[in-house]
Design a protein around this ligand. Structure first.
Ligand code: PLP
Length: 406
C-alpha cells in the first residue's frame, strides 16, 4: 500500500529528488562538488533573506545545527534568554544548559505564540545587559504555532543580544528576511519545507555572529563553525559530506524556485487552512490559538475516549496515512498533520477522508462528508471567486505539486 506521509518531517520528496540520490558519488573535495555547493548556497540565500550572512552546511539533522549555533556563539557561564513555545524550544534550552550556559526562559502556554509584550518586558528589564544571547523558535512544530519573526526581531534588536532562530520547520514557508530583521544565526534543515531527504543542516551566520564565534570558549569539534567556514569558502565541508543528500537538496531547491517562493507560501497556507477547516468539521478542536497557527503543521486535540496511539496506528496500517502524535506532555493528547512535502490537494483530501473513517470507527459522531467539503471549499476558494476561475486555479496548483510536472 502506498503511504501518504503527513508527518512534519521528513516529508514526501518528489520523484526527481529521489532520482537525484540514485547517481554515482563524486569526490567531496573535487571541482564538481564545489559547483554543487555553490548552487545550494545560491538556492538557500533567498529563503534566509540574506546576502550578508555566510551559509554553512553541516552533515547532520536540524538538532546538529542548533547545537552548532549554541556551542559556537556562546561560552560556558554566559546567560541567555530563551522563549520556548514547546518541545523544540525546550530542546534549544537543553542544548545550551549542556554547554554550561545559564538560561532564563519566558513561559508560553502550549498552543500560544510567544507574547511580544512579555518578550519586550523581559528584555527591557535587563538593564545591565546580562543576556548575551536570545534563543527563538520561528515555527514550533510540537504545538503547531508560528511566531511573527519581524515583530520579535525589532524587540530583540532594541536589546542588542546575539539572536539565534530555530527556523528548521519554518524557513521557506513564509517570507524570512534575516538581513532586514537583523537576526544573527538562523538554522534550518533539508527534510522540512525544502522537501529533500534528511541529512543536511544549514545555518546562515551574520558578520556580527562571526565576531562572537571567534571569541567563544565552548568546546566543539565536529560542529566547529570556524573550521566549517574555512572549508565553506572552498565549496567543501570539513568532514566527509553527505553527498547523496546534497544531490537531492540541490534538485529540491531548484524545484522550490521553479514553483516560486510566493506559490510555495500560498500552497502551504492553503493546505493548512483546508486541514484546519476539515478538522473543525470533524468536531476536532484546533490546538494552536487563532493568530498563531503554523502553515507547516496543523495540531488538533484528540476527542475524549479516543486512544491517540491506536488511532494513528490504525490510520497507518489500515489506510496508509501517516500522521504524528503529540510529543512530551502532549503525547496522547493531540495529533499533528504536516503540510510540507510533495503532496497534492488530492492527497490532502484522501487523508482527511481516512481520518474521518477512522473517527467513525471510534464511534465519534461525525457528519459524513462535512470534512471533505470544508477542505474542498478552501481549495476551490469558494468564498471569493467565481467557481470557474477558482477551479482553474485549483487545477493549476494541483499540477504544480505533483512533482512530475516540475
Ligand atoms: C524538525 C525540527 C528540528 C530538528 O529536528 P531534527 O530531527 O534534528 O532534524 C528542530 N526544530 C524544529 C522546530 C523542528 O521542527
Amino acid at each position: 500500500m502506498k503511504n501518504l506521509l503527513f508527518i512534519p518531517g521528513p516529508v514526501t520528496v518528489s520523484e526527481r529528488v529521489l532520482e537525484a540520490m540514485n547517481q554515482p558519488l563524486i569526490d567531496h573535495r573535487g571541482p564538481e562538488f564545489g559547483i554543487l555547493v555553490e548552487r545550494i548556497y545560491d538556492g538557500l540565500r533567498p529563503l534566509f533573506g540574506t546576502q550578508e550572512s555566510e551559509i554553512i552546511l553541516l552533515g547532520s539533522s536540524g538538532t546538529g545545527g542548533m547545537e552548532a549555533a549554541v556551542a559556537n556563539a556562546f561560552s560556558p557561564g554566559d546567560t541567555l534568554l530563551a522563549a520556548p513555545m514547546g518541545g523544540f524550544g525546550e530542546r534549544f534550552i537543553a542544548i545550551a544548559r549542556k554547554y554550561g550556559m545559564n538560561v532564563d526562559a519566558i513561559e508560553t502556554r502550549p498552543g500560544f505564540a510567544l507574547d511580544p509584550r512579555a518578550f519586550a518586558q523581559k528584555l527591557a528589564a535587563d538593564e545591565d545587559r546580562r543576556y548575551r544571547g536570545i534563543l527563538l523558535t520561528h515555527n514550533e512544530t510540537s504545538t503547531g504555532v508560528q511566531s511573527d519573526m519581524a515583530e520579535l526581531a525589532a524587540i530583540a534588536q532594541a536589546h542588542g543580544a546575539l539572536t539565534i532562530v530555530d527556523s528548521v520547520s519554518g524557513l521557506g514557508a513564509t517570507d524570512f528576511r534575516m538581513d532586514e530583521w537583523g537576526y544573527d544565526i538562523v538554522i534550518s534543515a533539508s527534510q522540512k519545507v525544502i522537501a529533500a531527504p534528511p541529512g543536511v543542516a544549514m545555518l546562515a551566520v551574520s558578520p556580527r555572529a562571526w565576531k562572537t564565534i571567534e571569541e567563544s570558549k565552548a568546546p566543539r569539534f565536529y560542529f566547529d563553525l570556524l573550521k566549517a567556514r574555512e572549508f565553506a569558502g572552498q565549496g567543501q565541508m570539513p568532514w566527509t559530506s553527505p553527498v547523496s543528500a546534497m544531490f537531492a537538496l540541490d534538485v529540491a531547491l531548484a524545484q522550490y524556485h521553479r514553483e516560486g517562493a510566493p506559490a510555495v507560501h500560498r500552497r502551504l497556507a492553503i493546505y493548512a487552512q483546508a486541514i484546519r477547516a476539515a478538522f473543525e468539521a470533524l468536531g476536532l478542536e484546533i490546538f494552536s490559538q487563532p493568530g498563531a497557527h503554523s502553515v507547516t503543521v496543523v495540531t488538533a486535540k484528540i476527542p475524549s475516549g479516543v486512544d491517540a496511539a491506536k488511532l494513528l496506528r490504525g490510520l497507518r496500517e489500515n489506510r496508509g496515512v501517516v500522521l504524528a502524535g503529540g510529543q512530551l506532555d502532549l503525547k496522547g493528547k493531540i495529533i499533528r498533520m504536516g503540510t510540507m512535502g510533495n503532496i497534492s490537494q488530492t492527497d490532502v483530501l484522501g487523508a482527511i477522508e481516512a481520518i474521518e473513517i477512522a473517527l467513525i470507527d471510534y464511534d465519534v459522531p461525525v457528519q459524513i462528508g462535512a470534512a471533505g467539503k470544508a477542505a474542498l471549499s478552501v481549495f476551490l476558494n469558494l468564498d471569493d471567486a467565481t467557481p470557474g476561475d477558482a477551479q482553474k486555479r485549483n487545477a493549476r496548483m494541483d499540477a504544480q505539486t505533483t512533482g512530475t510536472s516540475l
